[in-house]
Structures are given as C-alpha cells and as structure tokens.
Ligand binder design. Sequence first.
Ligand SMILES: [Zn+2]
Ligand SMILES: [Zn+2]
Length: 664
Amino acid sequence: MSDLLKISLPDGSVREVARGTTPAEIAAAIGPGLAKAALAARVDGELRDLNRPLDKDAGLAIVTMRDEADALDLVRHDYAHVLAEAVQTLFPGTQITFGPSTDDGFYYDFAPKDRPFTDEDLPAIEEEMRRIIARDAPLVREVWSRANLIARWQAEGETFKAEWAAALPDGEELTVYRAGDWLDMCRGPHLASTGKLDPHAFKLTRVSGAYWRGDQNNAMLSRIYGTGWLNKKQLDQHLTRLEEAAKRDHRRIGQEMDLFHLQQEAQGSVFWHPNGWRLWLALEAYLRRRLNAAGYREIRTPQLMDAKLWEASGHWGKFRENMFVVPDEVPGTDPDQPVLTGKGDLMALKPMNCPAHIQVFKQGIRSYRDLPLRLAEFGCCHRNEPHGALHGIMRVRQLTQDDAHIFCTEDQIVSETRAFCELLDAIYSDLGFANYAVKLALRPENRAGDDALWDRAEGDLREALKQAGLLDERFHFEELAGEGAFYGPKLEFHLTDAIGRTWQCGTLQLDYVLPERLDAFYVAEDGTKRRPVMLHRAILGTFERFIGILIEHHAGRFPLWLAPVQAVVATIVSDANPYAGEVQAALTAAGLYAETDLRNEKINYKVREHSLAKVPALLVVGKREAEDGTVAIRRLGSNQQEVLPLAEAVARLKAEATPPDLRP
Ligand SMILES: [Zn+2]
Ligand SMILES: [Zn+2]
C-alpha cells in the first residue's frame, strides 16, 4: 500500500500527499485565503470534517461559506451542539438526547432535571451559547468503542444517550465530537471549532414538548428550537420574513375576510363561507375557461369505488393507510343482526382520480384518432393525513385537485408537455406569480421499465421544456437525480411568493405503468392494439392549498377579479342612503359584487373596517355626490380618493374586474 495518496481537486489537478494528510492541510497548501475560508470538505462527495485525515485516493472539494446549503447545514448542527453544552452548563443534571439541523435552524431535545424549559429560559441560554462560541474550542472527532461510550454515558447519568449507544447498529463507527471537556455522540461532520460560528447569527425561538424517539409511550422531553444562519444579515432577513409570514397567515386573513373556517368535528376538511366560496368559484371558472380553450374535456367521477379497482391500480398495496375505507353495508343496532344490508365488501374514498379517468378512457374502443385525449376533473379526493400534519387549508384531508390526464401516443409526449407548460405559464402569470422554478425529476433507483424507455422519456420532457423556453436561466432549471416516480419522470413547478417563499404547485408526470395495469389501449393506424402513455398533470395542485397560497401571496389584497367583495358603497350621511342603493344596483348590474354600508357610523370608522376586510374599492357617497351623480372612490391601502361620475366609476371597476383571460 502506497503512502502517497492521489487527491484530485475540482479544477482537475491532482495532488500527491502523504496518507493521513487532512483537507485543512491541503487547503492551507493551496493558499491562506482558502485555509481561512474553509469550513469542511467533500471527500468523494461525502461531507467531512476539515481535520479528518485522508486515507485513500479521493476527489476533494473544500467547502466554504459560498457553498451555502452545506455551510448552513454545518453551522446549524454546530449551533445544536453549542445549545446542548450551554444548557448543561446552566442546568446541571439535564440529560442530552438528540439535536439535528432543520430547514431554518436546529433543535435539541433535553430531559430536564427539575422542570421543563420555558421561553423565559432562552435569553440566558443564548448568552451562554455566545460565551461558548467566544471560547473557540476545537471540535474534535474521536472514534470510541461501544463499551466505552456506554460506560461514559452511564457514569454521567446520561441514560438516554446510554440507551442509544447500545441500540446503534453493529458495524458502524461510533464517533463523538468533543469541545473541550464537553462531548456528544454524533456522526458529524462539524466545523473545526466553535469560533467558526457567528455569535449573532442565531436565535432561540421556542420551547415545546417532544417524546423520546418520537414515541408517545416514551418519556416527554423538552425541545428547544433555534434558527441559525451564516451571518447576522441572513438572520435578520429570516426574522423579518417570519414576521411578514405571520401577518399574512391565511388562517388569520381567512377569518378577517370571513372566507372559511375549520372545526374539530371535520378535521382537515374546510367549511367555505360565502366569501371564500366566491373566491373559489372565480378561480374555478377561470381555470375551466382556460382548460376548455386548451382542448381539455371536463368529467366527473365517483367518490366511492370498490376496493377491487384500487387493488388493480396498485393503490391498495401502496397507499392504503392513506385511504378512507368504507364497508359496503348498512350496520344494524341489533346485536342479532349486526348488518342490515350489504355483504361487507370494502370500498374506498378516492385518494386520487387517475384510475377513474382510465375507466372513462376505456369506455368503447379508442382509436389513435381519439388521441390525445385530455380528461380534466376538479376532483375531490380524500387522504387520511394524521391530525398533527394538518395545517389550515394548506394541508387538508379533503382536497380538490385541478387534475387532468392526457392519454396520448409516444409521439405526442413532447407537444402535449410543451402545450401544458405554456398553459401553466399563462395561468401563473394571470394569478400574479411571475416567478417560478422548473425541475425535472429523473429515474429513481426502484423503477419500472428499461433504461431505453427512461432515456426516451427524460429526453422527451427535456425537449418539451426547451421548446417552451423553460430551460432559460429565469426558471432556475434543475434536474433532480433519482427523484422521479416509480413509473416515470416528472416535472415540478415551484412558485415564488411575494415574500420569497417557494411552493411546489404544478406537476406533470409521465406514466407508462398505470395504463398497463388497468388495461387501457387504443387501436393504432395499423390496426394493432397499443398502450397509450398517460400524463398526470396539475397546475394549482389543489384548490385548498392554492387558495391558501394566494391569500398569503396577496396578503388578502386580491386583484379585483378574484376579490369576494369587490366594492362597498359607504354613506357619509343618511340622506345619501337612497343614492347608495342606486350605486350598488349599478355595480351589481355590471356584474360586480357590491354591498352597501348605511350604518350611522363615522366614515373613518367605516373606512378602517372595510380596509381590514380587504375590500378593494370603497365608494364614498354623501349629499354632494348624490346631487352630482358622482362617487368618491378610495382604493384599499390608499388615502387618496378620486371623484368620478357614477357611470365612469362603474365602467372602470367593471374593466378591472374582468378576469385576465376575458380582457380585450
Ligand atoms: Zn453533532
Ligand atoms: Zn393522476
């Protein structure tokens, strides 16, 4: 075995170094700038400590702050360790358990000695964390034997850690990271020392309960959450975003605008109020027009279908725990006759529409002349999500997809996908989302079909994206290796909202498998039977979640064509009441949703109230307006008002309330 290793660097050069050289030493040899900036290393793709010796020929890349995703993950994990050390310093006797990084920071689960932690403890813990960071102790990786680890944890009264050390799988190297005297059992990697952390780029955010190993039969632990970043600027931006997101929370705005409610007795299913339902219907009508114009044909398929169909489609095997299953019988109350009618066969509420759409496709003999066949459904589906996973109207159990399936020949995949991309682009831009990212998810490890089929399928989607102009930089195009579905590659469309958050909404999935499983075929030009390809596609995803996103994106200030109450006519004096009625009638006749506010209240009070309810246009009328036949229009969020003749005001609002696809 040679004692010289060949280490290849990202620029293509190869360095010969002695076995046991560390990435930190190589970074230093390249230059002092890199040595200073270095945070960790990627060794043959694996993220590792800077000071972990190299033991074989490898590709090496030095990770710096510029590799933001890696850097964030590293610092967050480090913050978690520092948090744990700080807590044990301030609260001796606290046991440590487990503390990973999260999407915006980190948490750590503790078993406190006397009492669970509270938010009041957080400032002192933050201070202690800053002291630990300032001490700048090296974080040293050590490999321990299981027996030593267990003995150490038991000696320190760390029963959770001891239990975990005993349960770790055989054959795995057991490592600890030591900062001075303090250590935690961990796979790593970590930064070289605590001083690499910015002491002003983290904040502890909250405390909650959590069960040991996520199991509610286990001990309740005290979890401390924090958010952690590379620098203070990033932290501040994040905190502002959180504040802004809280202001825009769709649950809060939903209440202020009287759009919907949720209640205990129907977990995860939405009660739409008149205002919210109006918004839904405006969106649905808009989409329906867009789909009709794009050659889709709308259908409606059953909610309840026999388990046999779900067995054939494969959902019964793979998706059953997410399905609401219903016995096909009427249960009796008499113990001697537990079943009044039915034979007890099982049915299920549909969790997706695809198998039903294939049933429609299969009626009669389809010919190549029928293709492409685009079947659309605003399909109401049910999925049995655990209560804890539900979130407002964003994550629900009863959901309505803007679903469609395109049955086509292989030759039609590119043109159909391209047409879909163009439709989606038009719809997103009409709905106020100018920015979105496009991703292509490629073949997963476990898949149906041979490589030639996947080569063609992935190539077709790429070609369609190219033709639709989506490979442009503007769309941050990215390929996701291994993330396609079992049955085919897929496209994902991620919207960016007004405060920079992203939401995956649109999708198109190529599927060769389901038509085969459910025996769908068409007769080709040469008279042979062929399988159609199936494109599963959605643009909004689900109405519920998309309306939630719309609410948060617009902060409830919808464009006029989507606003549930488009105008309110508010009087200054009661003498103007009859005229206010005339104004409302004129607006209604023009197809606008208008209300009157004739209450005996000060106009400023009325303005404030309708602003809170996010009414886009307030038409103020007093004696003078009544005499002149005018209205004073006040726009939401503006202190200005504009006096216009009634007919002109109505014409303007009408033009503005026209959905974008119907504008001249
Ligand atoms: Zn760790
Ligand atoms: Zn589908």
